[in-house]
Design a protein around this ligand. Structure first.
Ligand code: NI
Length: 139
């Protein structure tokens, strides 16, 4: 039933005791003092991530990577991949993390399928230590 004051619907759910403990731990670590707020936030995140499965959803995406500075073939290949992508690269930032390691962040807008394709190519490059992708849908 929806509360006329808040417009919220109150539901009850059943969880195993260890799931309740996990939920409390996750809530605490995420810094939420209110359980309902935390669950609403998890639902919103799950909905955003579900959009990633639709190839033609328009998203703002970031690809973050950490790679071996000494692999000069990697740098050339990385630039070539960026020139050939069908997504729009809005900005790219390179940071020299230390003597051996570079970090790079790409900010992109485009269809999920384009960003995922570029990410999958980037993560396979020899000398790439770590790469992550994050996307937020917009209309
Ligand atoms: Ni560098």
């Amino acid at each position: 039933m929806t509360s006329p004051q808040t417009g919220m619907e109150r539901i009850s759910i059943s969880l195993e005791p260890q799931q309740v403990a996990q939920l409390e731990k996750l809530q605490r670590e995420a810094g939420f003092s209110n359980r309902s707020e935390f669950i609403r936030s998890m639902i919103e995140n799950a909905a955003v991530e579900q959009d990633w499965t639709h190839d033609h959803t328009m998203v703002l995406g970031t690809i973050t990577m950490v790679y071996d500075h000494h692999r000069s073939d990697l740098c050339g290949r990385l630039v070539e991949l960026q020139h050939n992508t069908r997504g729009h690269i809005l900005a790219s930032t390179h940071v020299h993390l230390n003597h051996d390691t570079c970090g790079e962040m790409l900010l992109m807008a485009g269809h999920v399928v384009c960003i995922r394709k570029l990410f999958n190519e980037i993560r396979k490059l020899k000398g790439m230590h770590h790469a992550t992708v994050s996307m937020s849908a917009f209309t």
